[in-house]
Design a protein around this ligand. Structure first.
Ligand SMILES: NC(=O)C1=CN([C@@H]2O[C@H](COP(=O)(O)OP(=O)(O)OC[C@H]3O[C@@H](n4cnc5c(N)ncnc54)[C@H](OP(=O)(O)O)[C@@H]3O)[C@@H](O)[C@H]2O)C=CC1
Ligand SMILES: O=C(O)C1=N[C@H](C(=O)O)C[C@H](O)C1
Length: 265
């Protein structure tokens, strides 16, 4: 059995991960961390029966002799980097769904993890459909170099743009660079600052935050008198669970830090 602790276990994603890990026959749920739910039973916090596991308040409390094999982290961009350094330095494999890590930070985590034989997966999106949306978008980019992303999320999201939009833009930019194509020069003027969104290299991203949405993204390609749109919708947070469970099972066999769930499929 693979022993798994959930960091951010009281959050929207954390509660789903607790249930998914608890329900999987190859995974053993051994702990949960969440500062404001410390002392409570992890099952009760997740909305199921009590599981006899008391929540801790910080990662520092679980790095001792009874440390898990894997920590799944869905916390906040504000804390992920410092926590990831601690978890990897303790020799624990870390599955990171939390957004906000920069490329430089990922490189630093790779070094720390390799030094302590701890592997790391940073996946901005664990849903299979979102991974396929990114793959298809990068394949289309050489043929349609004019492209903009619209990502739509619930209004409690910490960050903008989303981690998924940033990775999608990176994959599109990489594909365009390899094919030596660029977007037509953008002559549009902004009469209101921000109206044209944010740029990640050659790709524009627009972020929508509204109650009612879960996680959605459209990648819009413009061509010669035609357009092509790739759209993905996560209808609930269950959509991320097969990817998280797969990652917990596979992480011990993939050395170093991996960026993107596609490398685990
Ligand atoms: N990769 C993917 O597929 C997905 C990634 N995400 C990302 O996951 C992250 C979390 O999202 P979501 O679950 O919606 O957010 P929530 O705010 O619902 O959950 C985050 C939880 O982490 C807790 N927390 C905050 N600081 C710490 C800490 N230092 N140690 C332990 N726990 C802490 C929070 O506690 P408190 O509320 O008390 O502050 C909260 O319970 C975001 O970055 C989001 O973008 C989300 C969905 C899918
Ligand atoms: O905060 C969220 O909800 C989500 N965050 C991830 C992101 O930033 O891409 C994944 C998904 O879009 C849901």
């Amino acid at each position: 059995m693979i022993r798994v602790t959930v960091n951010g276990a009281g959050g929207k994603m954390g509660r789903e991960v607790v249930k998914a890990v608890h329900n999987d026959s190859e995974l053993a749920l051994v702990g949960g961390i969440d500062p404001t739910k410390s002392g409570q039973d992890i099952g009760t916090v997740a909305g199921i029966e009590p599981l006899g596991i008391t929540m801790n308040s910080s990662v520092d409390e679980i790095l001792g002799d009874t440390k898990p094999d894997v920590i799944v982290d869905f916390t906040s961009p504000a804390v992920i980097y410092e926590n990831a350094k601690k978890m990897l330095a303790a020799g624990i494999h870390v599955v990171i769904g939390t957004t906000g890590l920069t490329a430089v930070q990922r490189d630093e985590l790779d070094v720390i993890g390799r030094k302590h034989n701890a592997n790391c997966l940073v996946a901005p999106n664990f849903s299979l459909g979102a991974v396929m949306m990114m793959k298809v978008s990068s394949e289309l980019a050489p043929y349609f170099p004019n492209v903009e992303i619209i990502e739509l999320h619930h209004n409690h999201k910490y960050d903008a743009p989303s981690g998924t939009a940033i990775l999608t833009a990176k994959l599109i930019n990489d594909a365009k660079l390899a094919a030596q194509v660029t977007a037509d020069e953008d002559l549009t003027r902004e009469s209101l600052p921000g109206a044209r969104g944010a740029k990640v290299d050659d790709v524009t991203i627009h972020s929508v935050r509204l109650p009612g949405y879960v996680a959605h993204q459209q990648v819009l390609f413009g061509g010669y008198d035609e357009t092509l749109t790739v759209r993905h919708d996560s209808l609930s947070r269950l959509s991320f669970m097969p990817g998280v469970v797969l990652a917990c099972k596979k992480i011990a066999s993939v050395p170093g830090l991996t960026y993107g769930l596609e490398h685990y499929l």
